[in-house]
Design a protein around this ligand. Structure first.
Ligand SMILES: O=C(O)CCC(=O)C(=O)O
Length: 384
């Protein structure tokens, strides 16, 4: 072998070794949290008069506090009654409202969405009861950053990161082989059954909305679903528990982020506001409407639509008076298929903005870095 070729081969081997080392480091980082986990609920219940430094956000990220949720602006509320009739026709007015909300807001509330109101209440109240169990009962389910399944108190594995004021529970509903009742809480006794039923009804709602998103772009109504992997999509639930916070003006319940997946169906707390959506550089506090869901477009739909639909930054503020419980149901593509702008939506004048990437690769960002505004989807744009 010539000297030049040997040198080339050595460089390649060294690069491979370096790649393996980085991958191994990344992989072991995912086995455990970088610091001992402290449950935010335990801190809140210990009657703190100050906020531990780990939860004090830099001044630029702190919320502007108001006494009440501002009443003037709210995200669009869309009534889905009659969206699809028996004969397969759809209502153009509702379709147009959804189209505008997806392009302008990335967020909207839906009523008459087909999920039973009593099931929504039961789901939220079962989870509230779960979070009220003694801490030890919940520790059985404590999670790791490898899968995030179970009871958790942080997103991201960066050592020394400033944390959010919340605990959560994360579980898989779909695909069926990831749905493992043993990883779901067994108490309160009705929780598994209620959450299973709730997940099934919410998936049906997601399937309907996916058809609208597709049709509204002039595509076959099943196009988005097919691009997500047909019936093999992923669906998971994160239940957020935001305890009372002694200094809410210094903290966030959940830092600003856009959702990495396809679409999120959020069941907010019906009594306590907290969700804020970024619109034209202003944070708008969402006023929950009784038995409405909040739908938001995630990064994968933004990518599929080549940015016609927007995934929008949002965050959660906390307060010193009342705890808050919300259920975020994530509807995601099959995790190992490449997602990229649909061919029908790109042209020489409108080139694809994003290179293909699987959702497994994509979600590693939030799993390692934690919530960071829209930086991930923005850094994913194809180089020009
Ligand atoms: O609690 C909320 O209202 C929002 C939760 C959220 O954005 C999330 O879980 O990704």
């Amino acid at each position: 072998m010539s000297k030049r070729n040997r040198s080339k081969q050595n460089k390649k081997m060294n690069k491979n070794k370096k790649d393996v080392k980085i991958e191994t480091e990344k992989s072991s980082m995912m086995d455990e949290w970088p610091e001992p986990i402290v449950r935010v609920q335990s801190l809140a219940e210990s009657n703190l008069s100050t906020l531990p430094d780990r939860y004090i956000k830099p001044a630029s990220q702190r919320p502007t506090m108001t006494e009440d949720a501002p009443a003037a602006t709210n995200i669009p509320i869309i009534d889905l009654e009659g969206l699809f009739s028996e004969d397969g026709s759809s209502d153009d007015v509702i379709m147009a409202k959804i189209s505008e909300a997806c392009r302008e807001w990335g967020f909207f509330q839906v009523v008459n969405h087909g999920v039973r109101p009593e099931l929504m209440d039961a789901a939220r109240e079962n989870w509230r009861e779960f979070f009220h169990l003694p801490v030890n009962a919940k520790e059985t389910y404590s999670n790791s950053p490898r899968t995030y399944e179970g009871y958790g108190s942080r997103l991201g594995v960066e050592k020394g990161a400033i944390l959010d004021w919340s605990d959560y529970y994360y579980l898989h509903h779909l695909p069926p082989h990831l749905k493992d009742f043993n990883k779901w809480p067994s108490s309160p006794p009705t929780i598994r059954e209620v959450i299973d039923e709730y997940g099934k009804e919410v998936v049906q709602l997601c399937e309907r909305i996916m058809r609208v998103l597709s049709s509204n772009l002039g595509l076959d109504k099943d196009k988005f679903q097919e691009a997500f992997g047909g019936k093999n999509i992923g669906a998971c639930l994160r239940v957020n528990y935001y305890p009372k916070c002694p200094r809410p003006e210094l903290a966030l319940g959940l830092s600003s982020h856009s959702d990495p997946g396809g679409m999120t169906i959020l069941l907010p707390d019906d009594q306590v506001f907290g969700l804020q959506v970024r619109k034209d550089n202003t944070w708008i506090t969402v006023k929950p409407h009784p038995h409405a869901f909040i739908v938001n477009i995630g990064d994968q739909i933004q990518i599929l639509s080549n940015s016609t639909y927007k995934s929008v930054e949002h965050r959660v503020i906390v307060n010193s008076e009342r705890e808050r419980v919300s259920l975020a149901f994530f509807y995601n593509p099959k995790s190992d298929i490449p997602i990229q702008p649909l061919q029908e939506l790109v042209s020489t004048h409108n080139p694809p903005l994003y290179p293909p990437m699987t959702f497994d690769q994509y979600r590693l960002f939030i799993r390692t870095q934690g919530p960071r505004g829209k930086s991930h989807v923005e850094s994913h744009v194809s180089p020009r």
